[in-house]
Every structure is written in C-alpha cells, then in structure tokens.
Design a protein. Sequence first.
Length: 159
Amino acid sequence: MTRSKLSALLSLLMVFCSGGVLGAVAYRLYYAPSVSPAVPGAPPKKMSPEEFRRNYSAALAKEVKLDAEQVKALNQILDETHTEFEKLRARSKPDYDALNKERDTLNEKWRPEREAIQNHQVERINAMLREDQKPLYSAWRAERDRQRKAREQQQAPRK
C-alpha cells in the first residue's frame, strides 16, 4: 500500500471513530435522566416514612448482602432510631411552634407592603400591554391565583 493510501485510510478511520465517540456523548446528553418532576411546576413526590424505610432497608440489604439476622438487627436499629427522633420532635415542638407563630406575625406585618409592590407591578404591566392583551393577562393572572390558592390549601394541613 502506498503512503498516501495508508494516510487516507487512517484519516477515514479516525473520522469514523471520532463520529462514533461524538454520537455516544450526544446520546448520553440527550437521554440523560431529568431530575425535574414529571409535571412542570409540580413538587416532586415525597415518599412516606414507611416507603422510605422499606427502600432504605432493601437497598442496604442488597448492597451489603445482609443475612436474615442482620436484617432483623437493622430493623431493630431503625425502630430505635425512629423512637429517638419522635422524642426529639416532641421536645422541640414548642420551639418550632413559637418560631412559626413569629413567622406568621411577621408575614402579616409586611403583607400590605408586599401587596402594594405587587399591585404596582400589575399596573405597570397593564400599562405596557395593548388593549387586546389585557384580557389575556387578566385571565393568566386569575389562573395563577387559582393555582397558588390550591397549593396553599394543600400545604395548610401540614402546618
């Protein structure tokens, strides 16, 4: 084989390989798993304590190859830890309640000023819109308010 044919063959092989590598990298980037929730704007689903415990102990048993006795000991440790956390929550509840009450008081204190700033923003946005855009903006704001109230109602039972 002549030197020019060998050079052309090596160049072609190098271009082919680099295309394969680039394709593999692009594929990984394009199909990378997303950390965002399935529904845009929706909070990620939180596991219940029972689900978390089941997943935790199953993963640990699988990864560390625990035998039956070790799984039993793990469950006992998890039970004792849960009890300790419950005692801590009970002791710290008055402090958290006081902080929440203070936060609520501060929220009420600053609510008029926050609403005034927000209303000023709405007025400025309305001033820049054309007449045909104003009803669309009003509808959009109404939908956002409805979604916000729905979120607040969902979060209210947790408090």
